[in-house]
Every structure is written in structure tokens, then in C-alpha cells.
Design a protein around this ligand. Structure first.
Ligand SMILES: Nc1ncnc2c1ncn2[C@@H]1O[C@H](COP(=O)(O)OP(=O)(O)OP(=O)(O)O)[C@@H](O)[C@H]1O
Length: 431
């Protein structure tokens, strides 16, 4: 039976861990810090933040082209369908959302335009996508009906979508981000044929975004023929553009907190990593966090370097954590060789000897050299190791040279964090 008498709060709790108090105090101390000496408005550096137009940099041409394609919408005509492609972090989603929102706010007075953004990596089935679109376009106070999130058939969701569009809009723009993640082309087919099939008189324009250039070519011929898409490609940003993007978010920090060279260094790192604006913003935010954690008064170039190393390490850690122990030992062998030498590339035989040393040192079974070669190939397939053949002439024959893609210090540290390699003695490089 349950006892519902009030708890006796006066008696000391024998089971309470004295550390709990300490922990409460640590948390309290952190949460009650009033003044943030580093950040003035950290949300400007959050990935979900959509910057205002003044902060969108270096994409005037793309904004102009996309606006041209959607121009008809503001007058109540069909907008063109557009496929936007380009590498990650090149501003595709940002520009698509911005131009669509501008179409809505510049619509002629007698034209009702709506736009919705759908993340196809989340809503990747036709039913989920139709459900999300129908619900996000619907305004039950105007249509008089609600649309449940789940439980209806695909056809029923489409029916409600068409009804909503018919009742509320003259034109809609639908952004399908990561469109290549959709399980099939059915949604694109239905949206592009909605008028022709007599489902709705509302004009529908689709902006399909993808990182994969070949995606548009692989679309079903019937979809291509009804979509008739225009294509718009986004190029990676160069270091100057990335610097400008970051300069426009300087006010995320307190005045004079960023030391000279900090913004330029973040931009240079991100430019060498495929011109990704998301990465540039991430590095700057992490550098600010590191400065805060270290109670520094300024964000310095050293903080940026540390932020980058940390970001690299996190990304790599995720990748390496998933590989088998034998592959980790092989990778560690290559890392130790790299750390103990001026060279970057090593012949497979030498890496194998180092690998044998490691396995013996930590009491792990040793694979044959043939199997070891396969492991190196698998690591190359994962993009962790680079290997190339070199002809050493008549005497040497052909040898495979292996190189770590990532900094050896980072690889070494990550693998040593795995408890199975913790007992490894140092200085294993002597062969
Ligand atoms: N030209 C720009 N000016 C200002 N900020 C930008 C610019 N381009 C991108 N960003 C910022 O960089 C981040 C990534 O941009 P966005 O999501 O638009 O890239 P994407 O090309 O769609 O990337 P993905 O393919 O990975 O989705 C966002 O936080 C965005 O605000």
C-alpha cells in the first residue's frame, strides 16, 4: 500500500551522497554567473540562426538568379522549379529561405503566397512529407479543419494538402532541403503535376536542394519532364568571403574581445576545409567557448587553433570509434611512425612491423600481412588513410605507401583513449 503521509524533511537523509551538495554548488556557481566576459549575443553564432539580409554575404548573384526564377510568383503566376546544388555550408538553404520569404513579402496585394521548408533527411517518406507539408500550410482557423500528424493514409494527406492550398493560397513555394534523401521521387512527381492532375489551382514552385550534383541527372524521366527544373549551383566560399561572413557576426562578441587575426584564422581554416561557412562559424564559436572556459579576457589565435583541433578530433573520433580493434592497431602503427619521423608516407611492410609490435605489447592477436593489407585498404576506403603505389625500380618492385589523412597527434590521442590501448608502452618506434 502507498504511504501518502507528508515526508519528514527534518530527518537527515542517511543515503544522501555528500558530493551531491558539492555538485549542486558547482552547478549553482556556473548558472549564477551574471556577466559573460566573452559573448554579447551568442545566438548569432548558432547554426539554427537565420541571419538577416545585411548579414548574408557574397551571394548576390545567387540571390539575383533565384529571385528571377521565382519572379512570376509575386504576380500570381507559376514560379519556375529550381534545383539548387553545391557543397555543404555554401548557403543553399539560407539563400533559398531568404528569397522565398522575400517573394512572400513582395507579393502583389491580390496574391496570396505561402512558403514552407521541408527537411527531407527527417521527413524522408512520401507520407511523412505530405503530412508535414499539409500541416504546416494549414491554418485551421481559416480552413476549419485540423490535420493529424499521424494515422492517415498517404492519399488522405495529399487530399488535405491540396484542399489547404486551394483554400488559402494562390501560389506556394516549397523548399525541399536534402531532397536526395527522399526514399523515392513520388513527392516531386505529385507536386510538379498537381495542377495538371486537377488536384489544385494553387501554383506550386519547388526549390529542391542537394549536395549531390549527379542527383538531378538520376531523377526519373517523367519527374524531369514535369518538373522542368532550372539549375543553380553554389560554389564554395573563398577565405575572403568567409572572413566577411564572420566579420558580419562580430557583434556576437563583446567589443574588443576578438584579438586581431582571430577572424582571419577561422576563415582560413574553413576555406582549406572546402569553403564551408558553417565550419567557419563553428570554429569561431568554439574558440569563444574555449576562451570563456579558460577565464581569458580575449579570444586569441591559440584559442582558434585549439578549437579547430577539437572540432577535427570530435569528427575523427566519431569515425574511429566505430572501427574494429585490429584496424585501430593498424592506424596507431601509422600514427607512431609518423610521429617519430619527418616522413609522412610509409611502406606497408614497415607499418606491418610496427603493428606487430603494438599487438604483442598489448597482448592482441596478430593478423597475417595479407589481411593487414586489406585492413589498410578498408581504412583508405573510409578516408582515414591515403595509400598510393610507387614503383621502386627493378630492385624494389612496386610498394604501397601509406599516409594518415589526419594529424598523427590527433589519431594517436584518440586511439590511446580506448582502454584496450591504455597499457601500451611508449617509444614503440624502434624496429
Ligand atoms: N553568405 C552567407 N552569409 C552569411 N551566413 C552564411 C552565408 N552562407 C552560409 N551562412 C551560414 O552558414 C551556415 C550554413 O549555411 P546553409 O545551411 O545555408 O548551407 P547549405 O549550403 O544549405 O549547407 P548544407 O548542404 O549542409 O545544408 C548557416 O548558419 C548560415 O547562416
Amino acid at each position: 500500500m502507498e504511504d501518502d503521509s507528508p515526508e519528514d524533511t527534518s530527518a537527515p537523509d542517511e543515503t544522501a551522497d555528500p558530493r551531491d551538495d558539492e555538485q549542486v554548488n558547482i552547478a549553482k556557481e556556473i548558472f549564477s554567473r551574471q556577466e559573460d566576459p566573452i559573448f554579447a549575443n551568442k545566438s548569432l553564432l548558432e547554426i539554427s540562426h537565420i541571419p538577416s539580409f545585411e548579414r548574408i554575404v557574397g551571394r548576390d548573384e545567387e540571390i539575383r538568379k533565384l529571385s528571377e526564377e521565382l519572379r512570376g510568383a509575386v504576380q500570381g503566376y507559376s514560379p519556375e522549379n529550381v534545383i539548387v546544388y553545391g557543397k555543404t555550408g555554401t548557403g543553399k538553404s539560407l539563400v533559398s529561405k531568404y528569397v522565398s520569404s522575400q517573394a512572400v513579402s513582395n507579393a502583389h496585394t491580390d496574391v496570396n503566397i505561402g512558403f514552407q521548408y521541408l527537411d527531407c533527411s527527417t521527413d524522408n517518406t512520401e507520407t511523412q512529407a505530405a503530412s508535414t507539408l499539409a500541416r504546416s500550410f494549414n491554418d485551421s482557423s481559416k480552413t476549419g479543419f485540423d490535420i493529424p500528424e499521424r494515422g492517415l493514409s498517404t492519399a488522405a494527406y495529399y487530399k488535405r494538402l491540396w484542399r489547404t492550398l486551394e483554400e488559402l493560397y494562390d501560389v506556394v513555394i516549397i523548399i525541399l532541403d536534402e531532397a536526395d534523401m527522399m526514399a523515392d521521387d513520388n513527392l516531386l512527381m505529385k507536386l510538379s503535376r498537381a495542377g495538371e492532375s486537377g488536384n489544385t489551382d494553387c501554383r506550386i514552385g519547388v526549390i529542391a536542394i542537394s549536395n549531390k550534383i549527379e542527383w538531378a541527372d538520376d531523377l526519373n524521366e517523367r519527374v524531369k519532364s514535369s518538373l522542368q527544373p532550372k539549375e543553380l549551383s553554389f560554389h564554395p566560399y573563398d577565405a575572403d568571403q568567409l572572413e566577411e561572413i564572420l566579420q558580419h557576426r562580430r557583434d556576437a562578441f563583446k567589443p574588443d574581445v576578438l584579438e586581431d587575426g582571430v577572424v582571419q584564422l577561422c576563415a582560413a581554416y574553413a576555406a582549406s576545409d572546402f569553403g564551408d561557412a558553417r565550419k567557419a562559424i563553428d570554429i569561431l564559436r568554439h574558440a569563444g567557448n574555449i576562451a570563456y572556459e579558460r577565464n581569458a579576457a580575449n579570444v586569441t589565435e591559440q584559442h582558434v587553433q585549439d578549437a579547430r583541433t577539437k572540432a577535427e578530433k570530435d569528427r575523427f573520433k566519431e569515425l574511429i570509434e566505430g572501427i574494429p580493434q585490429q584496424a585501430k592497431a593498424s592506424l596507431l602503427a601509422l600514427a607512431i611512425l609518423s610521429l617519430n619521423s619527418e616522413q609522412e608516407e610509409f611502406p606497408t611492410q614497415l607499418v606491418y612491423r610496427q603493428y606487430q609490435n603494438i599487438c604483442e605489447n598489448i597482448d592482441q592477436g596478430v593478423r597475417s600481412e595479407r589481411r593487414f593489407r586489406d585492413i589498410l585498404k578498408e581504412l583508405a576506403f573510409l578516408g582515414i588513410v591515403d595509400n598510393r603505389k610507387e614503383n621502386l625500380g627493378r630492385s624494389g618492385g612496386i610498394t604501397l605507401l601509406n599516409r594518415l589523412v589526419e594529424e598523427p597527434e590527433i589519431v594517436y590521442e584518440i586511439i590511446r583513449e580506448d582502454s584496450r590501448f591504455a597499457s601500451l608502452t611508449n617509444h614503440l618506434s624502434d624496429n
